[in-house]
Ligand binder design. Sequence first.
Ligand code: ZN
Length: 383
Amino acid sequence: MSLKSIYLSTILSESKKNASVNPKQTKNFDGKAINQIQAKKLSSDVTRNILFTFDYELYLGADSGTVNNCMIEPTEKIITILEKHGMKGIFFVDSTYLAQLIRVSKDSPAAYRDLTSIKNQLHRLLSAGHEIHPHIHPHWTDAEYDVAQNRWHLNDLKKYRFSSLNDEQKNIVFDEAINALLSLIKDAFPEYKMDAFRAGGWCIQPFSAFEPCFRKAGIFADFSVIGQLQISSQVKSIDFSSVAANAVPYRFSEDECKPSEKGQYIELPISSIPVSKNTRFDNLVEKIMWRMPFGKSMGDGKGVPYSNDLPVNVELQKLETLSIEHLTFNRIPYYKKYLLSNTFMQFISHPKMVSSHHLKMLDKFLNWVSCNYRINSNWRQLL
Ligand SMILES: [Zn+2]
């Protein structure tokens, strides 16, 4: 189906919705349009598995930003939209940060307030049926806390990759992270089980570095792989080239990129679209949007300066993850097109990077999706 026809089906779907509340509009349809609506309705009995996953975290570079602007506010806005459409989110909580926050909150009232806000939001998420699981950015262990500003500086990136830690450090970092997250929820949700994981910066390789920790913590589902992604830099080293772009979930045992039918672990790959197919016009629009207030991210910190790495060979330029923070009005047709040929779609989003425009587009996209498909947002049904 061409992009033009995707646009057409959007218009028809939206007209169909409007028709139920505004009978006048139905008179504007010609016979052909009505036939197409009926055809669309007949083919709507199709399930799409759409997972909305999030890295629930501050910025990870020179300036962490604030908890309210990077995490609390944007997360609340996002889940309001997901809940409107009956969808659940999966939140990977930066638990290495939590361990640090718990430590400084004993002496800093501002840090204690942040911790309380996060705890309350995690409880609100769990109460509404969303999931929370650990996410680890090991370089938090070298972060400096600025008491006066209540912000963090993460300039030391030596421990960016979990695999860069020695065995003793791995155990300490992983255990502290899991315990920090558990300590915030165990009293209110004693039965809740955290059994999924996403590695910070997708650095899950080699899986042998994580495997003993997964076993110990009872984690069996990983959400770190982006099929075809390759990054080689001073900070990251990723090679997911043996996994097809937009692969569906699969089992594995020792290597997260090698499917194995009887593997005890499951990989739920993050979906992407090829950037090269986007037009120059799209990219120009994106640049202009970033300058507008409605196009600015809600977060207020600074990320890891990947561009300063030596030497950089980032193949990511050819792929773009499906993310709420990428969902501008000119991207919507590509997301719709993706769903025409794929039954599994995993978004990876960062609340800190989402703007008011992205939220509007998410609502618009989910309106279209719910008009055309039956949606499953529960990954456990895929096992
Ligand atoms: Zn992260």
